[in-house]
Design a protein around this ligand. Structure first.
Ligand code: ADP
Length: 482
């Protein structure tokens, strides 16, 4: 089975969130199951050296405003197809945003270029390789099946994976021609969305199958509350929609070998975590406490519900707990957390920014991880938390509901709890969940039992990559019979 992935991020090369982690991990797991995955991503500045050493496998004289080529290269166990298009991707800073914090004004052309290049590979192959199936990820790759649909050439089936439906790639209808889309594509069953062009809608409407990243989110997407305007289309395509839980890269996120920890540890040597906790206290300027150390590793946006946490800080402080927060996002939230830390520097430490090593350290030394998201397609940080024994305190939504077993009376009696869930999603219930976690922490036997159970909870990719393979194989077999 030969599979082409098309995405805008891939860890460890370029990452703004969980999408990158998934794109960096699934191909390795699929390879173990005998599939070959090649990943098409833009060649951003950080990938330039890799691209220079790569082999040119395709050229474009004019890819939405400039020359471009695709370079094949291998690194970190991944087979990459790097889209070298300097006019679109050789820019410093965030891959989606300019220095002003706004979307790059030509994002539609940049990611149309990615989708178009992917469609060309799907139709024509590269270096004598042709995919059996194409898997496009999120809106940035959403136009790929539209380019296939308007071409007369036969092409492999396409799977669209929705990692987060709140990012839809919406652009003005006047861009249709600039996006190389034919007039007939601008209909409600194709790319048109309330008078505009939606890359994500195109992907959902025109792909053969649709997946999303947890079973609960797959159900939620069918509702007006979570489907964000696309629930009707998804309901119509319900039989083609599956929820497949994300996993994590067990080599990269392994407390026994993690180079970012002051001390590595295993389920049999939990005491060694103390050194990591001390390191966190030093890094965040916190005073040692007999209460639990909570952490947050997150984008600071309204999705993540961290405004609710602001309301709970007095309660957390009164419990003699500490908080270490690593995140970046809206300046309002950044400022409010910085102010909270200034007011209570011994117990609340805040680092604004994106820091991969510190994110690992927080997982390796905190007691609990707070994730009060208003919606969460899957969420990866709680999976890292489970693996590292940092018990997740999560809103009961999407993938968070699917992966954390709440420490309610029944789960405690049955010895199966791995964290704390709360619902409805508001500050009162988050405050109660924090209080429950603090109470559990004061029962060391119970807490360490939960830690051990969490660390043994399966969070790898095996089961989920097998589910993806079944979908790919079904599509490829169907196409063979056509
Ligand atoms: P999302 O993709 O919605 O941001 P996920 O939980 O799926 O949320 O994935 C977030 C990923 O980004 C995780 O790997 C997490 O560790 C990482 N991350 C988020 N914020 C930061 C940060 N400020 N510094 C380092 N890593 C971060």
């Amino acid at each position: 089975m030969d599979i082409l992935f098309v995405a805008s991020e891939c860890a460890p090369f370029v990452k703004t969130g969980g999408l990158a982690d998934v794109i960096g991990a699934v191909p390795k797991s699929l390879a173990v199951a005998g599939a070959r995955v090649r990943v098409l991503i833009p060649s951003y500045p950080g990938l330039q050296d890799l691209a220079s050493d790569g082999t040119t496998v395709a050229r474009f004289d004019d890819l939405f405003g400039g020359q471009a080529e695709i370079k094949a290269a291998s690194a970190e166990g991944l087979e990459l197809l790097l889209l070298v298009a300097p006019h679109h991707f050789s820019r410093a800073g965030n891959i989606y945003l300019g220095a002003d914090g706004q979307d790059w004004p030509d994002n539609h052309l940049r990611f149309a270029a990615l989708s178009y290049a992917g469609a060309e590979i799907a139709k024509n192959g590269v270096d004598a390789w042709k995919p059996d199936v194409v898997n496009v990820h999120d809106w940035q790759a959403g136009l790929l099946p539209a380019y296939l649909a308007q071409s007369s050439k036969t092409a492999p089936p396409v799977v669209m994976t929705i990692h987060n439906i709140s990012f839809q790639g919406l652009f003005d209808a006047s861009q249709l021609k600039n996006l190389k889309l034919k007039r007939e594509m601008f209909t409600t069953d194709r790319v048109e969305y309330y008078g505009r062009i939606s890359f994500l809608k195109a992907g959902i409407a025109l792909s053969d199958r649709i997946t999303t990243v947890s079973p609960s989110y797959a159900c939620e997407l069918l509702t007006p509350e979570f489907g964000m305007g696309l629930h009707g289309l998804l309901q119509a395509r319900r039989k083609d929609l599956s929820g497949i839980l994300n996993g994590i890269d067990l080599d990269v996120w392994n407390p026994e070998t993690d180079p970012h920890l002051a001390k590595t540890y295993s389920v049999r040597s939990l005491k060694r975590r103390e050194a990591n906790k001390r390191e966190i206290e030093t890094t965040f300027g916190l005073r040692r406490s007999d209460g639990p150390l909570f952490c947050v590793i997150s984008r600071l946006t309204s999705q993540k519900g961290l405004d609710l946490l602001l309301d709970c800080l007095p309660g957390l402080v009164a419990e003699r707990a500490n908080l270490a927060l690593l995140g970046s996002g809206t300046s309002e939230l950044e400022q409010k957390f910085l102010a909270a830390s200034k007011q209570n520097p011994d117990q609340i430490g805040v680092i604004i920014g994106y820091d991969e090593p510190v994110s690992h350290l927080l997982q390796g030394g905190s007691d609990a991880l707070l994730i009060p998201s208003r919606f969460e397609p899957c969420g990866l940080t709680q999976l890292y938390g489970l693996r590292y024994g940092t018990l997740p305190v999560v809103a009961r939504t999407g993938g968070l509901a699917d992966t954390v077993i709440d420490a309610n009376e029944a789960a405690i009696a049955a010895n199966c709890a791995t964290g704390f869930q709360f619902a409805p999603i508001n500050a009162t219930m988050l405050g109660q969940a924090i209080a429950r976690a603090c109470a559990a922490y004061r029962q060391p036997g119970m807490w360490s039992g939960m830690m051990r159970r969490a660390m043994r909870h399966p969070v790898g990719w095996n089961a989920s990559s097998a589910a993806y393979l079944r979908i790919y194989a079904g599509l490829a077999a169907g196409r063979d019979q056509d």
